[in-house]
Structure formats: structure tokens, C-alpha cells
Design a protein around this ligand. Structure first.
Ligand code: NDP
Length: 480
């Protein structure tokens, strides 16, 4: 199988005829070749996007909305095929792709199809001065969207949908590690009647194809989700060109668990927030802080629940933890378990690679729980992005807040308490872009999404995304 670029509404081979290998993480086998695109392919994608821009940016909102809804419908119709593709390409349990990834990809298009019809320009009348200002919000032109491998179609469409809804045309690159569903999206867009050139998908590596998008003089904005180091590099490359940037980066999210919480609900959700998608969600709660009076009980109960998680082939209906995305990522995550041991951490459960019968070369790891004794240790400070969590007790609200805020990241935080005063105090003090109280991964697509500190710059979601993908122009009219 060949994963081709989608440029100007056509599937095309990379100009250089260079190809990368695409692995199935659950078997460790190569199952497809991916276009290894370079700057010339990106240039062709840009030209197609540029050509499509005048007509698309002047199309009616009704037309754009109708096409986006059609894309959403087609994704829904192809739920099973797309979910199977995602599970095969990424290693995630098929059940998760069926219930989360693909439905959310469809929801992204449906949401922005509606949002664009409600997005309006503002007017500011300077009363008494015979002056009226109005703000035009115009699409930027050709924009770049670059997404990671953990939630492939989910995050790819989270960028593309608002970009095209707002009237831009797009050059997009999914991760080379998980290109399959982005490849399938091309055909869906054609079927839905998306005009040629509005969306162009270029496959290849970050440093070559991705970098060519970032460095392209005429690509006006970059919406990027990925690691903090890559984000920093992109910011540096784009700064001299004054590009608009939206950067959604890494996280090391804390759970703050107080003794007065609804214990059973907390326990169940904390297992999920630790190990969903093999812990490879930027919003996973990888640092668990528990109030001292319930710490021992939590330790026992949590480990007991984690033991019940089944690590296995993504296609088995009862698999809870699938394969990690790649061999190199498996090795990186496993190396942190060794670091934890050296740092004096205590492995309460897991820590070993798993051999799954019939899938012996797949990249499986036990869900791992580590008790740490110093919140400044590396496993508690650095993003591991796998099925590994740390736990630690705390005595006071002040102490846990200090520990929660002591990392360089600030993406999300989860608080478990029934005390409303504490909820308010911590929500205000905690350094995070998203705070969940007595819940996790509960998303209303209208809300601002993003992080503080090294977790990123800018907000996605709702009108924030539409504002990012438009330029505000104030028109000031003096009348007699
Ligand atoms: P990377 O930063 O390695 O890659 C992200 C994307 O950027 C990929 O498409 C990659 O291509 C591309 N890329 C790499 N180098 C460059 C470059 N020089 N110029 C342009 N593009 C480039 O992240 P991962 O894919 O490893 O994803 C995991 C990371 O993403 C984690 O840190 C996680 O926390 C973060 N993340 C953040 C989220 C958020 O909303 N804040 C949500 C989900 C994940 P390729 O893969 O082909 O090299």
C-alpha cells in the first residue's frame, strides 16, 4: 500500500520518488510506504492552495458549512473503516478509535460548520463623534497545519476544520508515524465536494516536509500540535517572518486528590486519565498527588484496578491498553522506568515490556505506577507520554499547589474535591490552561483549549480558533 500526497484534489506521488516505511505498532511490521515529501512537494501544495483561495474565501458561509457537514457525515458513515485504520496505524484499542477518535473527527467538522455561521464582526460606534468603526475578520490566505501521532485524525481535523471554515486554504502535514487516516480524509473531502486545492495534505518527515511548511514565505500562519522542543524550533523558524503561530505543546498534568472527594468516581476516572490511549494523550494526568489521610488506601485500590487492565492486541474487544506508537517511543518510555529506579522511585506495579501472543514483535508495555519521594525527580518533572504515572502524598493545599505548579508545563490539571471554596482557590492559583474538577477530558468544543508556560501559546476551540484563522481589520468611518 502507498500513502500518497493529496494535492489539488488528486492523489500524487512525491516528486523525488522517495518513500518512508509505515509500521503497524501492534505487530512491529511494515505495512505501507509513505510519500517522503520535500520542499518541492510543499511548493506544489502551496500553489494549489493559493489558486483555490480567492474563490473559497469569497464563497458563502452556507456553502462552506454545507461541505463541512457533508465531510462530517461521510466520516460518520465510514466510522468502522476509519477506526480500524487508526487502530492499525497507531496501536490504540479499536474500541477507543470507535468511541473517541473518529466520532470526534466528525464532530470537529460539524462543530465548525455551525460555528462559522455564528461568527460575526464587531462594530464600535464612537458616539458623539460621528464615527463608526467596524472590524472585518478576513481569512489569512494559505495556512499550515501540523499535527502529532497520538490522536491522528482527531487533532488533524481540529485544525483543518476551523481553518477552512474561516475561508483559508490549507497545506497540512500529519505525523509521518500515523499518516493513514489523513490519507483517507483526502478521498472523503473530494466526495464531499470540497473544491480542489482548499485542502492539500503533504506526507513526510517533520524536519523536511514540516520544516518546508514552516519556512514557506507565503504560508501566513502555522497551527502546530506536538512536542515542546519542536514547538520551540518552529517558533524560532517562523519568528523572522512574523507568522501567526498557535502552539499546542507538551504537558505533565497533575491530579490533586483530596480526602473529601467522591472516592469511587475519582478512582475510576483516575485509572482512565492515567492510561487511556496508553497514556499518550497530552491531557493525561501523569502526576497523582493524594491527600495523606487516604494515600495508603488509594495506593492499594489504584494498583488493584490497574492490575485488571488488559494489555493486548488493539483489535481485541477487551483490550484496555494497546501498543505504544513506535519502537523508539517504547524505548523512550521504558528508559524513564529505569531512571525512576535509579532516582529511588518504587515501582508499585508494571514496569515491564509485554509479549502479546501472536503479536510478539509489537510495542507493548505494562501500565506502570511509580511511588516517588521527591516531586523534583525527573520522572515527576519530564513528559514521558506513555502508560507511566507517579504518585505522592501531600498534607496541605498549599503544599500540593506548590508541587502541581513546580513543572515547566501548564496544560491541564484535575482536582478531586467536594469543597467549593477549595475548588475556586485552586482553580485560580493553578498554572494550567484547562482545569477539570471532579471529571476529566470533558470537552465542550466552544471552550478555549491550550496551555500556559512550556505547554504552548494561543488557544484553539470555538471562536478562538476562528479568530486565529482570521485577521482583524478595523475600518473607521467618519460621517457628516
Ligand atoms: P513532535 O513534536 O515530534 O511532532 C509533531 C508534528 O510536528 C509531527 O507532524 C512532526 O512530523 C512535525 N515536526 C517535527 N519536526 C518538525 C519541524 N522541524 N518543522 C515542522 N514540523 C515538524 O510530536 P509528537 O508527534 O511526538 O507528539 C507528541 C507530543 O505532542 C507530546 O509532547 C504531546 O504532549 C504533544 N501533544 C500536545 C497536545 C496539545 O494539545 N497541547 C495534544 C497532543 C499531543 P513527524 O512526526 O513526521 O516527524
Amino acid at each position: 500500500m502507498k500513502i500518497l500526497n493529496y494535492i489539488n484534489g488528486e492523489y500524487v506521488e512525491p516528486l523525488s520518488d522517495n518513500w518512508l516505511e509505515n509500521y503497524n505498532p501492534s505487530t512491529g511490521e511494515v505495512y505501507a510506504k509513505i510519500a517522503n515529501s520535500n520542499a518541492e512537494d510543499v511548493e506544489n501544495a502551496y500553489k494549489a492552495a493559493k489558486e483555490a483561495f480567492p474563490e473559497w474565501s469569497n464563497s458563502t458561509l452556507e456553502k462552506r458549512s454545507r461541505i463541512l457537514i457533508k465531510i462530517a457525515d461521510l466520516i460518520e458513515e465510514q466510522l468502522v473503516d476509519l477506526a480500524q485504520a487508526e487502530a492499525k496505524d497507531n496501536g490504540k484499542p479499536l474500541s477507543l478509535a470507535l468511541s473517541v477518535d473518529i466520532p470526534r473527527a466528525s464532530a470537529n467538522f460539524r462543530f465548525f460548520a455551525n460555528a462559522i455561521t455564528q461568527f460575526s464582526s464587531e462594530a464600535h460606534e464612537s458616539t458623539g463623534l460621528n464615527t463608526m468603526n467596524f472590524t472585518l475578520r478576513q481569512p489569512l490566505g494559505v495556512v499550515g497545519c501540523i499535527s502529532p501521532w497520538n490522536l491522528p485524525l482527531y487533532l488533524f481535523t481540529w485544525k483543518i476544520a476551523p481553518a477552512i471554515a474561516a475561508g483559508n486554504t490549507v497545506v497540512a502535514k500529519p505525523s509521518e508515524v500515523t499518516p493513514l487516516t489523513a490519507f483517507l480524509l483526502g478521498e472523503i473531502c473530494t466526495k464531499a465536494g470540497l473544491p480542489k486545492g482548499v485542502l492539500n495534505i503533504v506526507h513526510g518527515t517533520g524536519p523536511t516536509a514540516g520544516q518546508a511548511i514552516v519556512e514557506h514565505k507565503h504560508i501566513k500562519a502555522i497551527s502546530f500540535t506536538g512536542g515542546t522542543k519542536t514547538g520551540e524550533h518552529i517558533a524560532r523558524s517562523a519568528a523572522p517572518m512574523f507568522k501567526k503561530l498557535s502552539l499546542e505543546l507538551g504537558g505533565k498534568n497533575p491530579n490533586l486528590i483530596f480526602a473529601d472527594c467522591d472516592y469511587n468516581k475519582m478512582l475510576e476516572t483516575t485509572v482512565r486519565s492515567s492510561f487511556a490511549n496508553q497514556g499518550q494523550i497530552c491531557l493525561c494526568g501523569s502526576r497523582i498527588f493524594v491527600e495523606k489521610s487516604i494515600f495508603e488506601k488509594f495506593k492499594t485500590d489504584f494498583v488493584e484496578k490497574v492490575k485488571q487492565l488488559k494489555v493486548g492486541n488493539p483489535f481485541d474487544a477487551d483490550t484496555n491498553v494497546g501498543a505504544l506508537v513506535s519502537k523508539s517511543h517504547l524505548e523512550k518510555v521504558a528508559s524513564y522506568i529505569e531512571i525512576a529506579k535509579k532516582e529511588g522511585g518504587k515501582i508499585l506495579y508494571g514496569g515491564n515490556k509485554v509479549t502479546v501472543k501472536g503479536f510478539e514483535n509489537g510495542y507493548y508495555l505494562e501500565p506502570t505506577v511509580i511511588e516517588v519521594f521527591d516531586d523534583k525527580c525527573r520522572v515527576n518533572q519530564e513528559e514521558i507520554f506513555g502508560p507511566v504515572v507517579t504518585i505522592m502524598p501531600f498534607k496541605t493545599e498549599e503544599e500540593v499547589l506548590n508541587m502541581a505548579n513546580s513543572v515547566k508545563y501548564g496544560l491541564s490539571a484535575t482536582i478531586w474535591t467536594t469543597n467549593i471554596n477549595r475548588t475556586m482557590r485552586i482553580s485560580k492559583e493553578i498554572e494550567a490552561g484547562i482545569v477539570w474538577v471532579n471529571t476529566w477530558l470533558n470537552r465542550d468544543l466552544r471552550t478555549p483549549f491550550g496551555g500556559v508556560k512550556d505547554s504552548g501559546v494561543g488557544r484553539e476551540g470555538g471562536f478562538d480558533a476562528l479568530r486565529f484563522f482570521t485577521e482583524a481589520k478595523n475600518v473607521c468611518i467618519k460621517y457628516e
